[in-house]
Write a protein that binds this ligand. Sequence first.
Ligand code: FAD
Ligand code: NAD
Length: 367
Amino acid sequence: PATDAPAMESPSSPSYDWFQTDSSVTIVIYTKQKDISLESIIIDHQDGSFRAETIMKDYSYLIHIGLSHEVQEDFSVRVVENVGKIEIILKKRENTSWKSLGHPLEMHLSFIPRKDRGLYYRKCQLVSKAVVTPDTRLFCVALPPCTHLQVQAGHHVYLKLTIAGTEIVKPYTPVSDSLVSEFKEPVLPNNKYIYFLIKIYPSGLFTPELDRLEIGDFVSVSSPEGSFKISKLQELEDLFLLAAGTGFTPMVKILNYALTNVPSLRKIKLMFFNKTEDDIIWRRQLEKLAFDNERFDVEFVLSAPALEWNGKRGHISPALLSEFLKRSLENSKVLLCICGPVPFTELGTGLLYDLNFSTDEIHSFTA
Ligand code: FAD
Ligand code: NAD
C-alpha cells in the first residue's frame, strides 16, 4: 500500500568477491563510494569466524563468514579510495585450494542503518597506565592481533566491564598518545593500540573499576561511533576549540589532524577550562605545541584557581568568548568545537549562537 513516509535515503548496497593464490585469500569489497578510508572498515577474525563491517555514511554492510579453512593470525587491509574498493588479504595456513570462502553466519551481507546494527565488542588487553593529573590517567589498550579498527578524530567507543555480575558500558573518546612527536614512544607500532585519557571519579560506577585493572587485564572495546565529520575541517581558516575537563579528549585528534592536514587553517585556538592548575591535562605539551606552532594558541581558564594564578578565571562567559573568538580575517571560514560537562556545553553553545555563529559553524560533543 502507498504510504506518505519519505523514502529512506540509503547509499546503494556494497558487494563483495573473493579470489585466491596458493598462499593467500583476498576478499574485495566494492563500496561504490569514494569517501572511504581505513577507518571505514572494521575487521574481527577469531575462532574461524570472520567479520568485516564496512561503514558508509550512516549505513553498515556486514560480511560474516565461518571460513572454510584456517588462516594465519595477521592479515592486511588496503583501501583504493578513488574506486571505493577495500581489499582484505588473508594468509592461508596451508597451501591448498579453497572451493568456497566459507559458510554464512548471522546477518551476513546485511546492509542496514548503523544504529540498528548493535555494538560489537572485542576484548583488549591493558598495556599501560600513566598518571596525567591527580585524577586523570592515560590508558593504553592493545587490540587483538586479528582486529583492524581505527577510530576517527572526534569519535568515541564504548568500554565494557562486568562489575558485580552486571555488564557496565560507558563511552570514551580515544586520543593520540601525545600532542608532540618527541613524546611518542617509538617502540609501539601504530594502529594496534588505542589510548584513552580518563578521569577517575572516586564515587563513580565505572572509572574506579577501570582504575583497578592491572596490566594484562582485559576490557571490552566497542566499534566506534560519532557524528563529527573530519571533512568539516577542509578549507577551514579558523578553528576554535572550547574544552572543559576531559571534554578535551575529542580535541586531541582534531588538533593533531588540523595542524598536519589542513594547510588552509590560519589559526587554531584552544580555550581550556579547568578547576585548578593541577587539573590541566597535558599542559606542558600544549604549551610546547603553541610555542612551536605559530598557528596554534592555547588559553587556560580556571574556575577554582589558587590566589597566585594570574591567567584567566571563571566559567565560560560572553566576555571570555567575545574576546577569544576573533577571526583571523573578516568572514573567514570558521568551525567551533565544544565539549565538556553538559551544563558547560549547553551554556557555551547558547553563547555561540548569541555571538551569531551558525549551526553549521558549531559542533557540540554530547552523549
Ligand atoms: P558515574 O557513576 O557516572 O559518576 C560520575 C560522577 O558523578 C561521580 O563523581 C559521581 O559521584 C557523580 N554522580 C553520579 N550520580 C550522581 C547524581 N545522581 N547526582 C550527583 N552526582 C552524581 N570521560 C573521560 O574521562 N574521558 C573520555 O574520553 C570521555 N569520553 C566521553 C565521550 C562521550 C560521547 C560521553 C558521553 C562521555 C565521555 N566521558 C569521558 C565520560 C564517561 O563516559 C563517564 O561518564 C565518566 O567516566 C564517569 O563514569 P563513572 O561511571 O565512573 O561515573
Ligand atoms: P570538571 O568538573 O573538572 O570541570 C571542568 C570545567 O568545566 C570547570 O572548571 C568549569 O569551567 C566547567 N564547568 C563545570 N561545570 C559547569 C557548569 N555547571 N557551568 C559552566 N561550566 C561548568 O569536568 P570533568 O569532571 O572533567 O568533566 C568533563 C565532562 O566532559 C564529563 O561530564 C564528560 O562526560 C564530558 N565529556 C563528554 C564527551 C562527549 O560528549 N563526547 C567527551 C569527553 C568528556
